[in-house]
Design a protein around this ligand. Structure first.
Ligand code: NAD
Length: 328
């Protein structure tokens, strides 16, 4: 297939681009590089430097381009920022996705895989999280992703779009061959922050809250390897059902606490990684981990990385070899 990958220069998108190419697909990345890295996109992929706000450029890219489908990673994803500047998130995550869907409709493209998030569930009443639990996002980031899911659902019903929303838990790790990895600025994710301490780029790691109702008192999350996410995207785009909207959790089904992540990173890096315990942050649910059975049954997908230490080891290999990320 010929596939348009919006946000394909970003962390998850670039790992997916490599998997799609290896799977024999033709890929064109559409990215404005506001957070992505041109260096993360393989030379064998086409590249359009453009913003999803630019509806004309989207149409020109898609019209007559012979595309069979799209994968949509482009978004803002800083939860804290979304609380303070919500309309920035509605503009990029919702309004710009509307541009993309209109361009897909106009150019006859009827297949899309969308990057959703476990944030659509908010603070779920039970664990593990199944797809049919209530969707009650507790921040604008999660609300914008749920809004896009609804747009997709309605577009599927109206004009035959086939859409898969993949609700990722915490993406983590780097490509096993060490070629690409995670480089966000500012960095907001636990594993790269911990590894920055090991690299001497940060003095210590903060543990926000040690009195949660979890076995060791710290928050529990489900860390899914970015190459397992890439495999899920390949299977989803190949298996999209015409005219249907489907949503799937993508996680390992296992949770790891903040203390466990720090302990695993100490083992992997051999560094002491000093930690400081401090107050809870507002809006951090104690525990989030997936029931990934639905995607397993539908796309025969299962995570290959089930031990978080292995996931951290791939991240460490990338960060150690690329202490300045892609060099910006
Ligand atoms: N990283 C995670 O743990 C995680 C978890 C759940 C969901 N997600 C979702 O997965 C997707 C990818 O996350 P990521 O960590 O790779 O983020 P990222 O910031 O690394 O990648 C996003 C990419 O989109 C591009 N982009 C953003 N706005 C754009 C626009 N208007 N036009 C063109 N390009 C634009 C950026 O330049 C970047 O390359 C996001 O939609 C995010 O909400 C991520």
């Amino acid at each position: 297939m010929k596939l348009l990958v919006c946000g394909g220069a970003g962390y998850v998108g670039s790992h997916c681009v490599r998997r799609l190419l290896a799977g024999g697909h033709e890929v064109v990345v559409f990215d404005n590089l506001c957070a992505g890295h041109r260096e993360a996109v393989p030379a064998s992929a086409g590249f359009v430097e453009g913003d999803l706000a630019d509806a004309d450029l989207l149409r020109r890219t898609l019209d007559g381009g012979g595309f069979d489908g799209a994968l949509h990673f482009a978004a803002f994803l800083n939860v804290g920022e979304s609380v303070n500047v919500p309309l920035k998130y509605y503009r990029n995550n919702v309004a710009n996705t509307l541009n993309l869907l209109e361009a897909l409709e106009a150019s006859g493209v009827r297949r899309i895989v969308f990057s959703s998030t476990c944030a659509v569930y908010g603070e779920p009443p039970e664990m593990p999280i199944r797809e049919d639990l209530p969707k009650n996002p507790i921040n604008p980031y999660g609300t914008t992703k749920l809004a896009v899911e609804w747009m997709l659902r309605d577009a599927c019903a109206a004009w035959g779009l086939g859409a898969v929303a993949l609700r990722y838990f915490n993406a983590a790790g780097a490509s096993a061959d060490g070629v690409i990895g995670e480089d966000h600025d500012p960095e907001i994710h636990l594993i790269p922050l911990v590894l920055q301490v090991a690299l001497g780029q940060r003095e210590k790691i903060f543990i926000f809250g040690t009195d949660y109702p979890t076995p060791d008192g710290t928050c529990i999350r489900d860390y899914v390897h970015v190459e397992d996410l890439a495999e899920a995207h390949l299977r989803a785009i190949e298996g999209v059902a015409p005219g249907r909207f489907e949503a799937f959790n993508v996680g390992t089904g296992r949770g790891n606490s903040v203390r466990e992540i720090i302990a695993a990173a100490r083992e992997v890096t051999g560094h002491a990684i000093p930690a400081e315990e401090t107050d809870r942050r507002p809006g951090d649910p104690p525990m989030l981990y997936a029931a990934p059975d639905k995607i397993g049954a539908r796309f025969d997908w299962a995570p290959r990385y089930t031990e978080v230490r292995e996931t951290i080891a791939t991240a460490w290999a990338w960060h150690r070899a690329n202490p300045r990320g892609f060099g910006k």
